[in-house]
Design a protein around this ligand. Structure first.
Ligand code: KG4
Ligand code: ZN
Length: 358
């Protein structure tokens, strides 16, 4: 028996899902809190936690009903226990532990980034190892996924995460929250090369990312144009497109070399690049990844947009992979706001912990 119920509350999405015996999604619910946080221009942790608390019982009941399963059919309950907003994580973890206790099933503590890293495997036949570009609101990482629980981090951001950069850029441009989709919409039909914005660390030999300078450059450019209020529609469109293009170029530049490095050091039989995390939902990035894949003769696998952003199916799936190896946790499993995926190299790869989820 391996049906697993998963719970995700690490940030502003309240989500519950069940994966079945074959690892495919049987039922899922995601309640976005965007409308709750939008007036604040970002996520307010206590507001998120309270909403999780109110939403979870209803979502769990609905998912169980949709799945057609009975409680007895659930083999384990999995919940994200980090990294993320502590007060938000605590709610999902406590709820998951209570279900596990009440149903007399094992509890599986899931690492949010491991869930993102594995999500592709619940949708497609992707074998270990693979190179992963993990780009979300709190993280920008290049990781070799060697096996379940074995992650070799190649590099991370030294300042802001890619999604955070989209969010900050959108705020500067007077667009809504979350910033990624808002910038992508505003950029439609724009000229991505009209404004010359920097590509920080281009050509650098390490696999680090930096985005803070790009945000500052946007701020300065806006200032020179007379402020966001003075922007005409065409300039706003071109600026959004140029900003989006700069982020994509930075990611592709690092990936290009990371793929060579991965190939020569891991010698995979079938080199595969997987992208995950909210920013992987970005169309301009997805197109650039496909082009890169063709150029470098590497298979590119990117989950559909709704499985790139936060969801509980990936948590249930990661919980199921762990359960199948017998890796379950006690009800005393801690919640960890910070929790590097590759603990052995975490200290050496620098910062990148400024995002809302860090
Ligand atoms: O993975 P995710 O849902 O939550 C975290 O774990 O952080 O990622 C959220 C981030 C936000 O910064 C959001 O602006 C960005 O992903 N994002 C996008 C798009 N959709 C979401 N960025 C660019 N283009 C998109 N279409
Ligand atoms: Zn995430």
């Amino acid at each position: 028996m391996s049906c697993v119920l998963g719970i995700e509350t690490s940030c502003d999405e309240t989500a519950v899902a069940i994966v079945g015996e074959d690892g495919r999604v049987l039922a899922e619910e995601v309640a976005s809190q965007i409308a709750l946080h939008a007036p604040h221009g970002g996520i307010v942790p206590e507001v998120a936690a309270r909403a999780h608390l109110e939403l979870l019982p209803e979502l769990a009941a609905r998912v169980l009903a949709e799945s057609g399963l009975r409680r007895e059919d659930i083999a384990a309950v999995a919940a994200t226990t980090g990294p993320g907003l502590k007060v938000a994580l605590v709610v999902g973890a406590a709820f998951g532990k209570a279900l596990a206790f009440g149903w007399r099933k094992p509890f599986v503590a899931v690492h949010h980034l491991e869930a993102h890293a594995l999500s592709v495997r619940m949708l497609a036949d992707v074998a270990f190892p693979y190179l992963l570009l993990l780009v979300s609101g709190g993280h920008t990482q290049l990781v070799v996924v060697e096996d379940l629980g074995r992650y070799h981090a190649l590099g991370t951001t030294i300042d802001d995460a890619a999604g955070e950069t989209f969010d900050k850029g959108a705020r500067l441009l007077g667009l809504g929250y979350p910033g990624g989709p808002a910038i992508a919409r505003a950029a439609i039909g724009g000229d991505p090369y009209r404004f010359d914005l920097p590509r920080p660390l281009r050509g650098a030999t390490a696999f680090a990312f930096s985005f803070a300078g790009l945000k500052t450059a946007l701020q300065q450019r806006l200032h020179r144009l007379g402020g966001v209020e003075k922007l005409d529609a065409e300039s706003r469109r071109d600026l959004a497109a140029s900003f989006e293009q700069a982020i994509v170029d930075v990611l592709v530049d690092r990936l290009d070399r990371a793929l060579d490095h991965y190939r020569s050091h891991w010698r995979p039989a079938r080199p595969t690049l997987v992208a995950a995390g909210g920013v992987a939902a970005n169309e301009r990035l997805r197109e650039a990844l496909c082009a890169l894949g063709q150029e470098k003769e590497v298979e590119i696998v990117v989950p559909p947009a709704r499985y790139c952003t936060d969801n509980a199916a990936m948590v249930a799936y990661a919980g199921r992979e762990r359960l199948l190896r017998g890796w379950v946790d006690g009800l005393d499993a801690p919640v960890r706001a910070r929790w590097p995926l590759d603990e052995s190299r975490a200290g050496r790869l620098g910062g990148g912990r400024k995002g809302p989820k860090a």
